[in-house]
Write a protein that binds this ligand. Structure first.
Ligand code: ADP
Length: 246
């Protein structure tokens, strides 16, 4: 959510470091944990910088109401929601234009990864609850959602992994934090299928030149390798824990 740059806010200091001390290509810390909710078929919790997001997956199960069923494939319904206490000022509860848009783009990105043709007439529900927001929540939620789907055993072509880049004080930087998102010049969230590299989500807020766009996307692609490693470790941790428990 870009608010425009007040002239007195400096987002990159004389040493080239950002407001939170990171270098331009440095990610915020990311932690993912699977199987955090007992009643969901699959779940994941992600902490990505100041973002804290819980994801629950239910299904595939018969789509209801029945007129929503697709006889050829499962429908993927992601619902992105920000808790009232997730931002500084209380957020009015319930869906708004932004959350409806984010739910739609996340549903489409996940649909590209899931083998939906194996489940005609079914629906897969993905609930993404943002408990604490600090920019990049759509990408953090989507990255965690694909882990939760894998943890639920939903057949997928690949994991979806994403990151954002943007323009801050005229420089292209990776993984914007809230001040950078609010007061920077551009914000580019992007997600791909981890192995094939197929782009499943790309949006842009603000303007970038072609060269800046190329630099931003290559930074993102580079970062997705590290983030995908964290996703895989979270899933491997799950299976190690399950085997250990037997
Ligand atoms: P994303 O979280 O995917 O980057 P936006 O660019 O729309 O999506 O939002 C950036 C950040 O702005 C959010 O992560 C959150 O920290 C903040 N934000 C979004 N909506 C609100 C809101 N209604 N009230 C306060 N802060 C918000």
């Amino acid at each position: 959510m870009r608010l425009g740059t007040p002239s007195d806010i400096k987002l990159i200091d004389e040493n080239g470091l950002r407001v939170d001390g990171r270098t331009p290509e440095q990610l915020r810390p990311i932690k993912i944990q699977t199987d955090v909710l007992n009643r969901a078929d699959g779940s994941a919790y992600i902490e990505w910088g100041g973002n804290k997001i819980m994801v629950a997956v239910y299904g595939p199960r018969e789509a209801y109401p029945r007129h929503t069923q697709d006889i050829e494939r499962a429908i993927v319904k992601a619902r992105y929601n920000m808790a009232a206490f997730s931002v500084d000022e209380r957020k009015k509860p319930g869906p708004d234009r932004r959350s409806v848009e984010i739910s739609k783009v996340i549903s489409e990105a996940l649909q590209a990864a899931i083998l939906v043709e194996q489940f005609p007439r079914a629906q897969i529900d993905v609930f993404i609850e943002v408990l604490q927001a600090d920019a990049g929540t759509r990408i953090a939620g989507l990255t965690a959602a694909s882990v939760a789907l894998a943890a639920a055993g939903v057949p997928m072509r690949d994991l979806v992994v994403g990151c954002t880049a943007g323009k801050v004080d005229g420089q292209i930087v990776l993984d914007l934090c809230r001040e950078e998102d609010n007061f920077g010049q551009a914000d580019l969230p992007m997600a791909i299928l981890a192995r094939s590299g197929k782009v499943v989500l790309i949006q842009m807020d603000g303007d970038l030149t072609t060269e800046e766009f190329d630099r931003a996307t290559s930074m993102i692609l580079n970062a997705t390798k590290r983030i995908n490693q964290i996703q895989r470790e979270a899933l491997q941790g799950k299976y190690i824990a399950e085997q250990g428990g037997e």
